[in-house]
Design a protein around this ligand. Structure first.
Ligand code: SF4
Length: 355
């Protein structure tokens, strides 16, 4: 049987970022970026470890100077997920990063400068099987394109991406991934659509500078949700003015909500209404906290009453439906216990853990 994924995902070329396959039908992978000073190895490794635990599959670190480039080797040795060096302009930093073993570079060849410098970076990447991500960003579009288009339009973003691709292709290099980010959803979506109609390079999705948590999550979910549902996107990063663990959690929720990936907890809960018999908002908040790190892929339904509650609770792997001073606990579609309300969350979590 065809899955939703195989029906809708546009097939892109396959590249490998370390051990993670990107494109060519591979799962959409979750990325984030460290927010520490990269030169601070201890802090950066600690943050990457936390991100790994949250489900981050590829990590990117900014490399603004030699100290940061030198730290990459130590960082790489202590982490388990592929490391991408994010470099602007300086070909020497790119060469150092490749030499110390990063798994990919994020650099725009059009910004490196003299052709011989571009050649050196590309040759080093080709030698070591290191792919390059071209990151086109509405905020840093080339002057000539801004003059040509007047604004960073989707067409301008695509032309910038194509110019960068041509530089790499002219050097026989095709292990390329691209992003075309704007800070608003319509332009970002249109840029990715346009590029994806014309090319089959894998695409890294993101809404650039999406903002603080609440609005940033909505922008990211809407923008990436549209693209993913159209089969566009091979890796993704949610950018938030918030701790990076939150970016990873949001990315997973977007993927899970579309049925593209499954991981950890899928929590279903009702919005409550006048029939609600329990303090559901608090119960669900606590359940989410206590089940956050669960190492099983499970759907858990927590419902406020016995009217609609049992239906949803039965469909989930585990469920709880509140009643008058008591609650029903469900496991794989069957009521297995009637418990006191004061014990219901402990009972539900015990059932899930023991199964
Ligand atoms: Fe209201 Fe019950 Fe539905 Fe929750 S499950 S919204 S309490 S009717």
């Amino acid at each position: 049987m065809m899955t939703a994924k195989t029906m809708t995902t546009k097939t892109t070329r396959r590249i490998n970022v370390g051990a993670v396959a990107v494109g060519g039908g591979a799962d959409v992978s979750v990325q984030s970026m460290t927010k520490t000073k990269t030169a601070d190895v201890e802090a950066t490794v600690a943050q990457i470890k936390e991100l790994e635990a949250a489900g981050c599959e590829i990590i990117r670190a900014a490399v603004p100077n030699e100290e940061a480039a030198a730290a990459l080797s130590q960082i790489k040795k202590q982490i388990n997920i592929p490391l991408i060096a994010d470099i602007h302009f300086d070909y020497r930093l790119a060469l150092t990063a490749v030499a110390v073993g990063v798994d990919a570079l994020r650099i725009n060849p059009g910004n490196i400068g003299a052709p011989w410098k571009v050649k050196e970076v590309v040759a080093a990447c080709a030698d070591r099987g290191v792919p390059i991500r071209i990151g086109v960003n509405a905020g840093s579009l080339q002057k000539d394109l801004l003059e040509k288009y007047g604004h960073p339009t989707p067409e301008a973003l695509v032309e910038s991406a194509e110019q960068n691709v041509e530089i790499l292709e002219s050097l026989g290099f095709s292990a390329i991934k691209l992003s075309l980010k704007a800070s608003d959803v319509p332009r970002t979506v249109e840029a990715y659509r346009l590029f994806s109609q014309r090319h089959d390079y894998p695409l890294h999705l993101g809404i650039s500078e999406a903002g603080p948590s609440f609005s940033g999550i909505i922008k990211s979910a809407v923008g990436m949700g549209i693209l993913l549902e159209e089969g566009i996107g091979d890796t993704m990063r949610v950018s938030l003015t918030a701790p990076p663990q939150e970016e990873v959690r949001v990315a997973w929720e977007i993927l899970k909500s579309l049925g593209k990936r499954r991981r950890g907890l899928n929590l279903i809960s009702c919005p409550t209404c006048g029939r609600c018999r329990v303090n559901l908002i608090e119960v669900v908040r606590e359940a989410q906290e206590r089940l956050r790190g669960i190492d099983k892929t499970v759907t858990v339904a927590i419902m406020g009453c016995e009217v609609n509650g049992p239906g949803e609770a039965r469909e989930a792997d585990y469920g709880l439906a509140g009643g008058n001073g008591e609650a029903l606990i469900f496991k794989h579609g069957k009521v297995i216990k009637k418990v006191k309300q004061s014990d219901m969350l402990d009972e539900l979590i015990k059932v899930i853990s023991d199964d």
